[in-house]
Structure formats: C-alpha cells, structure tokens
Design a protein around this ligand. Structure first.
Ligand code: NDP
Ligand code: OXD
Length: 310
C-alpha cells in the first residue's frame, strides 16, 4: 500500500513516523518524487497540492486532507472529482480551535486588550464587568469545530447562537439557518466567530452589509479562512468605530504583505494561522482508520460533498 505525502517537505519525517506507527506496512513517499512510478500510489495525503498534480496519479483510491478545510484541494480545476476527498477531523484539532475561540471571546468579554493598554500607561482603574449570561456570542458554522466551540462557550455561561445550513440541537445554543435568519443572528451577536468552510456561498461573508447588521461595538474573530473577509470593508468598520476589534488568524495571502494595514492596526490582533494545528501523532490515527475502512471496502468517514463544497 503506497501513500504519497504532498505538503511542506520539512514536515514529511514527522508524518512518516506517525503514519508508520499506525500502518507499518505502508510505503510512505514524499512528493516531489519524479523518478518514481505514478500508477502504484493508492493514497495522496495533501495540503494545498499544486493544481493538476493529483490527476497524474491514475490509481488513487482517495485524497486524504491534512487539514479540516479542503478549499486548497477543491480549487484545483483538474481535480479528479470521482475520488473521495476525506476531511481531517481529530479531537486535538477540535480542542485546539475551541481553546483559541474561548481565549479571544474571554479577551474581549473581560476587556483584556484595554486593560493591557491601561496598565502599560501606568493607569490603575476598572472597567465595567459584563454579565456572562447576557454576553451574546455568535458562531458562523456549527460543524466539527464551530459546534464544539459553541458547546464549550455555552457551558461557560455565554448566550451562544450559531448559524449553519442545517438546524442543530446543541444544549444552550440557539440555532439559526438560512440566509434570512443570518440577519437576525447577526443582530443579536456581540462577538462574532467565523468557523465556516470557504465555499462559493461563504466567500466574503464578512462584508460591509453583514458587519452593519452586527450591533455597534461588536467584535469579529475569524479563524476559518481569509477569503471569508472583505478586508477593506472590515477595516472601514473598525475605523468608523462600528466594530470594536477583530482577531484574524487567516488571510487572503499568508502571511499578509508587510504593508497590509492589519499588521499594525490598533484594533486588530493578528495570529499566524495557528488557531489550531494538525498534530501528526493524533491525526495519523484518524487517517489510518480511514485507510483501513477503504481497504475493507467501507466508506471513509467525513467525505467531502463536492456539490456543497465542504
Ligand atoms: P465542518 O464541515 O464540520 O462544518 C462546517 C459548518 O459550516 C457546518 O455547520 C455547515 O452547516 C456550515 N456551513 C457550510 N456552508 C454553509 C452555508 N452556506 N451557510 C450556512 N452554514 C454553512 O467544518 P469544520 O468545523 O471541521 O471546519 C471549519 C473550517 O475551519 C474549515 O473549513 C477550515 O477552513 C477552518 N479551519 C481553520 C483552522 C485554523 O487553524 N485557522 C484549523 C482548522 C480548520 P451544516 O452543519 O448544516 O452542514
Ligand atoms: C485546517 C487548517 O483547515 O489548519 O485544518 O487551516
């Protein structure tokens, strides 16, 4: 059984070790391997593979994503669409994302940025403390990651709502679905978190119109994809005072160019696409489980629906 790793070469050894630990019989190859035959590769384990590459492996059984988001795979115009594309779902990735979201929600809820600035200026005073039960957090996307973050924020006592395609039944979380409900969802959201996949329907969803529907003084946390945000419109809302702050982990270009206003904007916190990282040791368990399922003739878990785009 042969697997081809198509990602940053400096990560290959950690992945080889993790995968062979799970599947000792696996032949683990690392792209580029131009001298090797292409017709005996069974699986491609990928992060943003070059366009047109996957179609040159004629006997692939599946494309296994190294990330939860598969926008960097499905954007390939020559993608072999008959193959199952398997998303990464792993407790370590999920827990890490919830930690990131909770960290920044608490940061805004407890005015930690303002306190840091006050203390740096030698000021000793208090700001009003909000009732957690009245703090309205809204999560765009209630899937593996958004659903977990919503559940944990609700357990902390926040007033949590989420927006997804299909209705959700998560304890303590109000579920909104569909475009019409988006407006109502935004109107009640003081801290907006984006955990949507990047698709034709969600690209640019954080724009002048949707931001205007948030209450004055709202915060935005985007840890999904840079393409969800219309940068200039987010900046305009921060500059006008309508938005009180934004935390951005993902960008149209990563890293953003050195002169991008996000880097130095006083109301923007930038993190380097680290909201949650894939840890080979844990992810390999899940990937190996799906390879075993495919070998046994079963359908792998978490196959992308190409019609929906996620
Ligand atoms: P899932 O596929 O599990 O969840 C996606 C959610 O978005 C679902 O609730 C889905 O609704 C909802 N959704 C999708 N399209 C629409 C739409 N048009 N309208 C309303 N709701 C929609 O994805 P994950 O939770 O696993 O991951 C989410 C994203 O997080 C990834 O795609 C990736 O881009 C990003 N990510 C970022 C990381 C980082 O470090 N910054 C790390 C990992 C992931 P429904 O449930 O009804 O299908
Ligand atoms: C992912 C990511 O999609 O790390 O998993 O962004």
């Amino acid at each position: 059984m042969k697997l081809l790793f198509i990602s940053a070469v400096d990560k290959a050894e950690a992945w080889r070790e993790a995968m062979l630990n799970e599947l000792p019989e696996l032949e683990f190859r690392v792209w580029p391997d131009e001298a090797e035959p292409r017709d005996d590769v069974d699986y491609a384990l990928v992060w943003r593979p070059p366009h047109g590459l996957l179609k040159t492996y004629p006997n692939l059984k599946a494309i296994l994503s190294l990330g939860a988001g598969i926008d960097g795979i499905v954007c390939d115009p020559e993608l072999p669409r008959h193959l199952p594309i398997v998303r990464l779902v792993d407790h370590c990735l999920t827990d890490g994302m919830s930690e990131y979201v909770i960290y920044w929600v608490l940061h805004y809820h407890r005015h930690m940025g303002k306190y840091s600035r006050m203390v740096a200026d030698g000021k000793w005073s208090n700001l009003p403390q909000h009732d957690t039960r009245l703090r309205r957090v809204g999560i765009l996307g209630l899937g593996e990651l958004g659903g977990n973050a919503a559940r944990k924020l609700a357990a902390l006592g926040f007033d949590v709502a989420g927006w997804s395609r299909s209705e959700k039944d998560i304890q303590g979380v109000t579920s909104f679905t569909g475009r019409d409900a988006l407006k109502l969802f935004l109107a009640r959201t003081e801290i907006l978190v984006c955990l949507l996949p990047l698709t034709d329907k969600t690209a640019g969803i954080i724009n002048a119109e949707t931001i205007a529907q948030l209450p004055h003084g709202a915060f935005v946390i985007n840890s999904a994809r840079g393409g969800h945000v219309v940068d200039a419109e987010l900046l305009a809302a921060l500059n006008s005072g309508h938005l009180a702050g934004a935390t951005l982990d993902v960008f149209h270009n990563e890293p953003p160019p050195p002169d991008h206003p996000f880097w130095s904007h006083p109301k923007v916190a930038v993190t380097p696409h680290m909201a949650s990282l894939t840890v080979p040791h844990y992810a390999a368990e899940y990937i190996a489980m799906n390879i075993r399922r495919i070998t046994a003739g079963e359908v792998p878990l978490n196959v992308v629906d190409l019609d929906k785009g996620y």
